[in-house]
Design a protein around this ligand. Structure first.
Ligand code: SF4
Length: 462
């Protein structure tokens, strides 16, 4: 389906520009709805006046995302509107759940859950974390499962998934933790009636699982919906290799295409991937971790809205978290940092002044290279509207006038006793213009900031 335009939405708004929604016009409100910056109920006349009842209904229908949003604990998954990120943006990042099971000794269990809770990597100024725990019944013993759920439930406030095909086991977990609204994994064609009863009784979302069988999945979802289940997550199976891997790949794309392009309601739900199946047959932990990470990356790219992983190792999670961060960054808004002068180390009046753009990736790379070179300096961040130096040059966003303004605002002349500015190698073309405009002597730095340490040593003697 094509992206919804503000005009399509505007048709269903009152069109009186009364400003009650806090926007400057009905058209501005339409744009805010598309961006999900405002909710429909902010238009009070539409919600309350009888004359708009029909429009309201049509607008709600138009705005409902083809992939339903589902909440697990406090994590929201799904809610996507487009097949391809650049058609609009993706909204809710794929949630990463790490699995533990009821055969684990308590000490190892707590150690792993602690690791998940404390996992944090900062990249481009954003904190990358894990989302929750998947508690799996490996023993098929209700008592053991109950003990495991209880020890996590009592000590950690994290979203979780209860995993068993045995409804009696799921029930034990729900008796302890239902109020946290865990996701139930899973209803199958054999157990769906009992699992549906549990999901209804406790108001929890449920996974419909039909590995490798799209028609079977449709039938299962139909049965669950007919029995009043509204919050469903789809599982079409996870396979780390062989012919089934290729089929899985296709099936995942088919599910999302049917939901978004065909608006097929039976498939209009988030998708779950279970890359931890890579551990089922592989005895070598390193190989299993690598296979799991590979499968997870494929499922992440193929529209999976939640993943159950086994390995909590940083070396396998970092590429996945990086991939997730890249995919779920809004392509319409460059990631930027605030402009202004930054202090690196303990600079004094003789310290160098360097310049960079406010594109987040550029800034954090340059800042990291300066920190690791252990040079004390001032880093002047110029507002290039979030563009990298080369792109900003091409788009006229890094200009001599802009540099002058940044220098004046940062009041660097009150901090240093020289007028020497080191600019990125990629901005060499405007070095003369900057000198003329600012009166500062310009030194053209290296193209690659990883060479900044050696450059400063040679040119500045630091
Ligand atoms: S409250 Fe509704 S009618 Fe009023 S300006 Fe906003 S969108 Fe238009």
């Amino acid at each position: 389906m094509a992206k919804i335009s503000p005009l399509q939405i505007y048709k269903f708004l009152p069109g009186t520009n009364c400003l009650e929604c806090g926007e400057s016009s009905c058209m501005a409100f339409a744009s805010a709805l598309i961006e999900r910056k405002k909710k429909i109920d902010a238009c009070v006349p539409l919600m309350e006046k009888k004359e708009y009842a029909e429009k309201k209904e049509k607008l709600i229908d138009l705005l409902t995302p083809p992939v339903k949003e589902i909440t697990i604990g406090n994590v929201v998954i799904g809610g996507e509107e487009v097949m391809y990120r650049h058609d609009l943006t993706y909204f809710n990042p794929t949630a990463f759940f790490i699995d533990v099971d009821d055969s684990m000794p308590r000490e190892s269990l707590i150690e792993k859950v602690e690791k998940v809770r404390n996992f944090k990597i900062t990249r481009i100024g954003q904190e990358l974390t894990l989302d929750g725990i998947a508690i799996r019944s490996k023993t098929d013993d209700p008592t053991k499962f109950g003990e495991t759920v209880l020890s996590i439930y009592e000590n950690y406030y994290m979203p979780f998934i209860l995993c068993s095909y045995n409804p009696e086991i799921l029930e034990v977990g729900l008796e302890i933790a239902a109020e946290r609204k865990p996701l139930l994994y899973a209803a199958t064609r054999d157990n769906w009636e009992a699992v549906a009863d549990l999901a209804l009784k406790h108001g929890c979302p449920v996974v419909a699982s039909s590995p490798g069988d799209i028609q079977g999945l449709a039938d299962l979802v139909q049965n669950l919906s007919d029995n009043g289940i509204k919050d469903i997550v789809l599982d079409i199976g996870s396979y780390p290799g062989g012919k089934q891997f290729y089929e899985m790949n296709e099936n995942l794309a088919i599910l999302r295409r049917l939901a978004i392009e065909e608006r097929e309601k039976l498939f209009g739900y988030p998708i779950l991937g279970v890359p931890m199946v890579a551990w089922m047959k592989e005895k070598d932990a390193v190989k299993a971790t690598m296979k799991e990470a590979t499968l997870a990356a494929v499922q992440l790219l193929r529209y999976c809205d939640a993943l159950i992983l086994h390995s909590p190792e940083t070396w396998s999670l970092l590429p996945l978290l990086t991939l997730r961060q890249n995919i779920y960054t809004d392509p319409r808004v460059p990631i930027s940092v605030e402009a202004g002068a930054r202090v690196i180390g303990s600079p004094d009046e003789n310290s160098p002044v360097l310049l960079t753009s406010n594109f987040a990736l550029t800034y954090y790379t340059v800042e990291g290279d300066l920190q690791s070179s252990k040079v004390s300096c001032y880093l002047l961040v110029v507002d290039t509207e979030g563009l990298a130096v080369e792109v900003a040059m091409a788009g006229n966003k890094l200009t001599a006038a802009g540099v002058k303004e940044a220098l004046e605002e940062a009041k660097l002349l009150e901090k240093v006793n020289h007028k020497k500015l080191i600019i990125p190698g990629r901005a060499a073309r405007i070095s003369g213009e900057i000198e003329e405009e600012t009166g500062w002597e310009v030194i053209v730095g290296p193209i690659d900031s990883s060479r900044i340490g050696g450059f400063l040593e040679e040119k500045w003697g630091v």
